[in-house]
Each structure stands twice: as structure tokens, then as C-alpha cells.
Design a protein around this ligand. Structure first.
Ligand SMILES: [Zn+2]
Length: 311
């Protein structure tokens, strides 16, 4: 029983070009660092399968899934990239990448529920937590974590799952999808104000949002998490925990202005793991979201994985 590590070469094929921070090199940086420190051999490496349209329909409007699928497949065929919003570009490799990223999250959920592994990390891209029910935005096309959470509930029959989001940006897409779905508790912490400028007041009763001002550092973030997340998570008793694992709140990351370091990511992961161990048989599926300083990203993912591996 170990930690599964899902990825796929197709996730490199999504290339928004022109020095875009959400770049294929992010996955190379993680991979290189895990090899350098010898952590890769402890992980059970698995190839991410493609998602099915039915998987996506559980979190997104089926009309959106069909329409964005048509657009991405056309771009894959004609080779001409197209901007979906100001920050999000669909390239020829995007279709396969988005289907691998969502497919990884679903497969990881099955592997964990089936007891093949204790927990899993999806080193995939594009990220997902800004994708709403019917809109691609903020580097995201399909909401990988929401797709996986709905799979756990609707297909695998779980009754309560938690979503934990520690990306520096508010997970507006996840919030849009799961607002008032009482089978899900979402807890998040994010810089505010910062893109997408939402989250100060939650959309539903089933979420705990902790907006923090720029330049907040690790000790304050830890105190806020302890104070705001832990009692609701304990009371909710999730049967499984999904993590939107963004590492752009790192102090070296230029997309946000928070001051987390590797030890903070390890601590947050320990707190999540404590809840999972107590209520959810340790079951955690963590999906990569942001993290754009390549060195800080790789070191932070390693800190996160070390805790997951200590199961
Ligand atoms: Zn982010």
C-alpha cells in the first residue's frame, strides 16, 4: 500500500506558448526533482487514462462538455491554437491533455477506493479549479477535482467527501460546481484580492472560505487553517478527501504574494492526512493545480508527497 503517482506524456503536449507560466516544463521540474532526491522510486507510477464524457458531465453541463470538446478536437486536427480567454489558450495538444488530467483524477479515485493504494497524486496539467460548470478560464478547461469528487459520490456510492484547496487563487470553478451539494464540504484558503477576485463570501453553505491579504506568511496561514478548517472537517467526517494542490502561494512564486515555504506545505498535508486517517481510512486524491516558480513547485510537491507517502 503506497502512494500512486499519475501522469502522462500527453500532459506535456498542452503548450500555451510565449512564456506562459502554465508550461509543460512544470511537470519536467517535478519529475527531475523527484528523481534527484530519490523519491520517485517510492511512488507507484501509473499512466493517466483518458476521461469519458460521462465523467465530465457529472461536474459540467453536458452542452459545455460537447462544445469545448468540439473546439479542442478541431484545434487538434487543424493545428491552429486559439485563445479561450485572456489567459487560456487551446493548442493542438490540449484535447488529449485535458482528457488525461480528468482521467487521472477519476482513475486515482478508483484506485484509492478499491484499496490498491492509500492515496494518490496526479501530476497532470492543465489544472482545473477555475473551470466552472460551463466555462473554461484561468488556465483551466475541466475541473479535475470536482469531476473526481462527483465520481466518488455518484458512481462509487460515497456519501460525504471533502475538497481542500490551498492554491493561492480562489477555486471559483469548484465552488460554482459544488455550491449547496451537501455531500461535499469544501475548505479553501487563498489570497484576496487576487484573480479571479471571488470567494470573499461563499456561494453555498457547504464551504469554508478563508481569504487572506497579500504578504500573509506561513505561521498566520497555519493558524487560520487550524482555526477555520479543522472543526468543520472533523464535524463533516469525510469518507474521502480531494485536494486542489496548488503551490503558487510559495514565497518564490510570482503569480501570488503569499509567503508559504515547503515546510508549510508539509504541515498542511499533515493536517489533511490527520482528518483522512481518522475518518476516511487515509483516502486522499491530490491533483496538481498552480505553482509557477519551477524550483519552488518541485520542492513543494516533494514536501507534499513525503507526507502522503508516510501513510
Ligand atoms: Zn493558482
Amino acid at each position: 500500500m503506497t502512494t500512486a503517482y499519475y501522469s502522462h506524456p500527453d500532459c506535456h503536449g498542452h503548450d500555451m506558448g510565449g512564456g506562459h507560466p502554465e508550461c509543460p516544463e512544470r511537470l519536467d521540474a517535478i519529475d527531475d526533482h523527484l528523481r534527484a532526491i530519490g523519491l520517485d522510486i517510492a511512488l507507484e507510477k501509473r499512466e493517466a487514462p483518458l476521461a469519458d464524457a460521462a465523467d465530465l458531465d457529472r461536474a459540467h453541463e453536458s452542452r459545455y462538455v460537447a462544445e469545448i470538446g468540439d473546439v479542442l478536437q478541431r484545434i487538434a486536427a487543424d493545428g491552429r491554437p486559439r485563445a479561450i480567454d485572456a489567459d487560456t489558450i487551446a493548442a493542438p495538444g490540449t484535447w488529449n491533455a485535458v482528457m488525461r488530467a480528468a482521467g487521472a483524477a477519476v482513475a486515482a479515485t478508483d484506485a484509492v477506493i478499491d484499496g490498491e493504494v492509500v492515496n494518490a497524486f496526479c501530476a497532470t496539467r492543465p489544472p482545473g479549479h477555475h473551470a466552472t460548470r460551463d466555462q473554461a478560464m484561468g488556465f483551466c478547461f475541466f475541473n479535475n477535482v470536482a469531476v473526481a469528487a462527483r465520481h466518488a459520490l455518484d458512481v462509487r456510492g460515497l456519501e460525504r467527501v471533502a475538497i481542500v484547496d490551498f492554491d493561492v487563487h480562489h477555486g471559483n470553478g469548484t465552488e460554482d460546481i459544488i455550491a449547496n451539494d451537501e455531500r461535499v464540504l469544501m475548505v479553501s484558503i487563498f489570497q484576496h484580492p487576487l484573480y479571479p477576485y471571488s470567494g470573499a463570501s461563499p456561494m453555498g453553505t457547504n464551504m469554508v472560505n478563508v481569504p487572506v491579504p497579500p504578504y500573509t506568511r506561513g505561521p498566520q496561514v497555519r493558524a487560520l487553517i487550524e482555526e477555520n478548517w479543522m472543526a468543520p472537517l472533523e464535524a463533516f467526517r469525510p469518507e474521502m478527501i480531494f485536494v486542489s494542490a496548488g503551490f503558487d502561494a510559495h514565497r518564490e512564486d510570482e503569480l501570488g504574494q503569499l509567503g508559504l515555504v515547503e515546510a508549510d506545505y508539509a504541515w498542511i498535508t499533515e493536517r489533511i492526512k490527520a482528518v483522512a486517517d481518522k475518518h476516511a481510512r487515509g483516502r486522499i486524491v491530490s491533483c496538481l493545480e498552480g505553482g509557477y516558480n519551477l524550483g519552488a513547485l518541485a520542492r513543494s510537491v516533494a514536501a507534499h508527497l513525503r507526507v502522503l507517502l508516510a501513510a
